[in-house]
Design a protein around this ligand. Structure first.
Ligand code: FPP
Length: 242
C-alpha cells in the first residue's frame, strides 16, 4: 500500500502535521528588536507546540527549522539559528525523553558542524524507542535536494544491475526519501500569512491540506494549533476521487 493509500484507509483526523514556522523576523521588527529575539521567541513557540501536539491527537509533528536555502542569510543569523538549535536540544532533551517524544531529523543534517551532528545523533538514539509524539526536525532540508538524493540511490541500483528502470515504482522512491517509514503529512501549516511551500516536503505533500494563519510564529501556541486542526477537521479530503 502506498503512503497515500494508507492515509485514505486510516481516514479521520490529522495524524501528521508539518509546520513552516514563519514570521520570526517580522515579530522582532514590529517590536524593534534584533532578529535573533524573534528566533529565540520562536523556540518558545516550538516548546509550546510540542507540548500541545499529542494532546490534540497528533502522532507526528514535522518542523521546518532550517532550509537548505537558509544558508543565504547573513552569517551571524545562521550562527544564531544553529546556536538556538544546539541550546534547544541540550536543554529540552531530558524533558522530551521523559514525555515519550521520539526525535528525528530529515534533510542533509549530517553536513552541519560535527559537534552539532554528534549532539543530534545522540538525541535521536536516546529517544529512538519512545512511542509518543514523533518530532521530526527538518534541518538543512530542501525537498528538491531530497528527491535528487532518492533518485541517485535508485540510479545506483540501476547501475549495479539490481534494478530495471521500468521497475521503479512510487513506493521505491518513497522508501529512499528522508521520510521513509513516516506517514505523509495530512496538513501543512504556514504561519505569518505567506502562501508558499518554500521547497518543503514537495513529494510528501501531494495530498496534504494547506492551512495558513496570519499569526506570527513567535505568537503561536496550543490554542492556535487547536484552531488550525479544527479547520483541518472541516476539510473534505478526496485524494483525487470524488
Ligand atoms: C522563519 O522566520 C523562521 C526560520 C527561518 C527558522 C525557524 C527557526 C526557529 C523557529 C527557531 C529555531 C528552532 C528550533 C527548533 C531550535 P523568518 O526569519 O523568515 O521571519 P520573517 O519572514 O518574518 O523575516
Amino acid at each position: 500500500m502506498t503512503a497515500v493509500a494508507a492515509s485514505v484507509a486510516e481516514g479521520g483526523g490529522c495524524r501528521h502535521l508539518a509546520i513552516i514556522m514563519d514570521g520570526n523576523g517580522r515579530w522582532a521588527q514590529a517590536k524593534r528588536l534584533p532578529r535573533i529575539a524573534g528566533h529565540r521567541e520562536g523556540v518558545q513557540a516550538v516548546r509550546r507546540v510540542v507540548e500541545a501536539a499529542p494532546t490534540l491527537g497528533l502522532d507526528v509533528l514535522t518542523l521546518y527549522a532550517f532550509s537548505s536555502e537558509n544558508w543565504k542569510r547573513p552569517a551571524d543569523e545562521v550562527s544564531d539559528l544553529m546556536g538556538l538549535l544546539r541550546h534547544y536540544v541540550q536543554h529540552e532533551l531530558d524533558t522530551l525523553h521523559r514525555n515519550g517524544v521520539r526525535l528525528d531529523f530529515i534533510g542533509d543534517w549530517q553536513a552541519l558542524k560535527p559537534d552539532l551532528v554528534q549532539l543530534l545523533a545522540t538525541a535521536r538514539d536516546k529517544t529512538r524507542s519512545n512511542s509518543g509524539l514523533r518530532l521530526v526536525m527538518a534541518l538543512n532540508y530542501g525537498g528538491q535536494g531530497e528527491i535528487v538524493r532518492a533518485a541517485r540511490a535508485l540510479a545506483a541500483d540501476v547501475a549495479a544491475g539490481t534494478l530495471a528502470p521500468d521497475g521503479i515504482t512510487t513506493d521505491m522512491l518513497e522508501a529512499r526519501l528522508d521520510t521513509a517509514g513516516l506517514p505523509p503529512p495530512d496538513a501543512v501549516l504556514r504561519t505569518s500569512g505567506e502562501l508558499r511551500l518554500s521547497n518543503f516536503l514537495l513529494w510528501q505533500t501531494a495530498y496534504a491540506e494547506f492551512l495558513v494563519t496570519e499569526t506570527l510564529w513567535p505568537d503561536f501556541d496550543g490554542a492556535a494549533l487547536a484552531a488550525a486542526l479544527d479547520e483541518f477537521s472541516r476539510r473534505e479530503r478526496r485524494f483525487g476521487g470524488r
